[in-house]
Design a protein around this ligand. Structure first.
Ligand code: ADP
Ligand code: ZN
Ligand code: ZN
Length: 731
């Protein structure tokens, strides 16, 4: 009799162990295969971790194991999903992040190969499905449905698969507001770029490459000012690695924001490149994944989860913009692609290059201690100057323009100049929507999200109020729900309001807006970036999305409309985030032939994150911020782990957390500082109450076993749900 041990698809600590089943069929089944079986009377997918033959009877076995043995209904795969080295990597990731193993496997595999039931129904689509609005009548619709209908009404052609909220769309179809139009199918269309021969490297670029080649170190931090030509270093190293018969893994924070990187790699390495990122459909992802696994491509360009791409014989792993937080997954297993890259690099003896103009403090500190090998690119290619930067103090009335409370005299004049010279400008405001707070002028009622209890943002384009934390939306009311007054006040401003202001002051200017509202439709972001590159607009207005890595040759002005946003956030990272954002944004100016300038508007003209960013002086900022982190004992001087309990009974959650903190204090003593229980910034998750504890420590080797003990005690409780986040970013 064949016994198969499987991991169950539910990513709970209490189920994080193999369960035994009998297989009576005659298909091949082995470690790494998915099987269909039952758990608590529900059909689920299991992942095989062991098989063996037993000559005992079922009764004997059940007696021995102490539970009833179920049967495998079917074997899904005919070969193992993961290679041995990826399985080893899964173990390391699960161990470091103290995560249920199945959650790691689910993160590693593309949706259609994932060990979960939902992966099995992959529809075979033979055509593209477009959504067409047939009736704009909003009566009887919910606010979410109205929001989507209004959005669709402003777009010409939208593919059904590009719309992220499927259930809302289905309702609009059911209520005959939109219909689906079928057009012949299109696969992942990779443009046929022409090959471009590499330019001659600058001395600095060549120097960096020589240094890497003559070193045996594993991890390198490539710190290069904006426009110093880091991409060419990546390309050149990749070419060399491919010639050696090895493969290359190139990670970028978000592909939709960095289509240029993909283009550079496709031009240089043509059909040797596979693309892997979250915006692909499951079918497209499956194709790319198989191509990589079959050895048809030796270069992978992708976002976070591409770190798990099934490449063989990896010689080089690159993380561009290594400081960007999207490299950290914010759900279980909470892995960071940088840490996984280093684990993978060690296994393959591959070099790992971390690139950035504004490295994370963690990485820069490791480079300081020679854990990473520090490489510097201090000049822009062709010695192009960094932009001239001016800080405008909004607290000084002499700077204020009488006709605009958003643009200072100086910024307004510079925008005017850019328009008259037919150049381009970028305006950054790290907040989307029109106004950030809506309240009643009469009774003071503030419009808040009913679930998250934070202020709702007014969006003018569809006249809706939206929560920027959850996906709550509601129509902008005509009157106050508390007192019935019509005096509704909108304060604070975001991207939409800036766009309005530009249109008011510069009616001749052509504008584009880029923020996560644009991301509601998948292909919209790259389209906007492309339109701006082609100079179909003069001014691009956006959130941090516009600051990332883009190379727009004609941009000669970057305006940071309000640099202070974010600095008041309750996080020890807020200075670092603000510095990175402003530096990256300023770095978009004057990259090609013309010199560029940047104007930074702020009420805090002496804040060092702002002054150092204005001077593009990373090293000075690094030293100052390290002092602050040292005083506060925050990373990189310590490590953090955050532990969250969630449950429907608030008392049980609080009591559970108090006990948990006792255990931590008893076990860890002086080895750690335990803070909490705290109520997180957003205190609820659905109808669950949350409480968090934060553990600060220096030595993970001591803390890890204690956290594992917490898992064994709390992971099995049914009323409260435990989650652990190692090296958390938000808590
Ligand atoms: P970074 O990523 O460091 O901000 P990029 O890699 O985008 O900078 O390079 C900036 C610009 O310089 C790009 O337009 C790139 O094509 C160009 N460039 C890079 N290296 C060279 C070189 N060796 N010769 C000529 N142009 C180069
Ligand atoms: Zn009121
Ligand atoms: Zn909300």
């Amino acid at each position: 009799m064949k016994i198969v041990e499987v991991l169950i698809e539910y990513a709970n600590y209490s189920l994080d162990r193999p369960f035994s089943y009998i297989y009576k069929g005659n298909k091949k089944v082995d470690i790494g295969f998915r099987v269909l079986t039952k758990f608590n009377n529900r059909e689920i997918v299991g992942y095989v971790v062991n098989t063996y033959e037993s000559d005992k009877t079922i009764e004997q076995l059940e007696e021995e194991l102490g539970f009833k043995i179920g049967e495998i209904i079917d074997v899904i795969d005919d070969e193992p999903l993961l290679s041995d080295d990826l399985l080893k990597l899964a173990d390391q990731v699960a161990d470091y992040y103290i995560a249920p193993k199945i959650s790691v496997l689910q993160s590693m595999l593309p949706p259609s190969l994932s060990p979960r039931k939902s992966a099995l129904k992959k529809p075979k689509i033979a055509y593209d499905q477009y959504v067409k609005v047939i009736n704009k009548d909003e009566s009887g619709l919910t606010d979410k449905q109205i929001e989507l209908l209004r959005l669709l009404s402003t777009e010409e052609k939208v593919l059904k698969k590009e719309i992220k909220s499927k259930s809302v769309l289905d309702k609009l179809i059911e209520y005959e507001r939109v219909e689906i139009v079928l057009v012949e199918k299109r696969r992942l269309a990779i443009p046929n770029y022409e090959y471009i021969a590499p330019p001659k490297l600058t001395n600095e670029q060549q120097g960096v490459i020589d240094e890497i080649n003559s070193s045996d170190d594993l991890v390198y931090l490539l710190e290069g000012v904006t426009g110093s030509g880091k991409t060419e270093v990546y390309l050149s190293l990749s070419e060399q690695i491919l010639k050696e018969g090895k493969s290359v893994l190139m990670l970028v924070p978000e592909i939709s924001l960095t289509p240029m990187m993909m283009e550079y790699f496709l031009r240089r390495f043509e059909n040797n490149v596979a693309i892997l990122h979250s915006e692909l459909t499951p079918a497209e992802k499956y194709d790319e994944y198989r191509k990589i696994a079959n050895g048809e491509c030796h270069v992978v360009v992708g976002a976070r989860s591409a770190i798990f791409a099934p490449l063989k014989n990896i010689g080089l792993i690159i993380l561009d913009e290594e400081h960007v937080e999207s490299y950290k997954q914010d759900t279980t297993p909470f892995y960071h692609a940088r840490e996984v890259a280093i684990m993978r690099g060690k296994m393959h003896k591959a070099k790992v290059i971390l690139g950035s103009a504004t490295p994370s403090l963690e990485s820069r500190a490791r480079a300081q201690k020679n854990i990473y090998h520090l490489l510097l690119l201090t000049n822009r290619v062709n010695n192009k100057q960094l932009p001239q930067t001016t800080i405008v103090n909004l607290g000084d009335y002499r700077n204020i323009d009488n006709n605009s409370y958003i643009f200072s005299k100086r910024l307004r004049a510079e925008i005017s100049g850019v328009l008259s010279r037919k150049e381009q400008a970028i305006l950054l405001i790290n907040r989307r929507g029109f106004s950030t707070s809506v309240s009643c002028r009469k009774c003071g009622h503030i419009f808040k999200c009913p679930t998250c209890d934070i202020a709702l943002t007014y969006h003018k384009s569809d006249n809706m109020l939206k929560c920027h934390h959850c996906d709550y939306v509601t129509k902008m009311p005509e009157s106050c729900p508390e007192c019935g007054s019509n005096y509704i006040m909108k304060t604070g401003f975001g991207t939409e309001r800036i766009e309005d202001e530009v249109n008011r002051l510069f009616p001749e200017a052509r504008t584009l807006r880029l923020d996560s509202d644009s991301a509601k439709i998948r292909t919209k972001i790259p389209t906007i970036i492309e339109q701006f590159r082609r100079k179909e607009a003069d001014i691009l207005i956006g959130t941090q999305m516009i600051a990332k890595g883009h190379d727009f040759p004609d941009v000669t002005l970057v305006g940071v409309v309000l640099a202070d946003i974010g600095l008041s956030m309750p996080s020890f990272r807020s200075n670092e985030r603000a510095f990175q954002l402003i530096t990256q944004a300023v770095g978009r100016s004057g990259r090609k032939d013309k010199n560029g300038i940047a104007i930074i508007q702020t009420y805090m003209p002496n804040n060092y994150a702002i002054t150092m960013a204005a001077r593009q002086n990373y090293e000075l900022f690094y030293r100052k911020e390290m002092n602050y982190r040292h005083l506060q004992s925050y990373p990189p001087y310590t490590y953090l782990a955050s532990i969250t309990l969630a449950g429907k009974n608030e008392d049980a959650v609080v009591l559970g957390m108090v006990n948990l903190i006792d255990i931590l204090n008893n076990e860890l003593g002086d080895e750690a500082q335990v803070l909490g229980p705290t109520v997180p910034y957003i205190p609820y998750e659905g109808d669950n109450f949350l409480r968090t504890a934060l553990v600060k420590f220096k030595n993970y080797k001591i803390v890890q076993p204690v956290l594992k003990k917490i898992v064994s005690v709390y992971g099995a409780k049914s009323q409260i749900h435990l989650s652990i986040n190692i090296d958390p970013y938000n808590f």
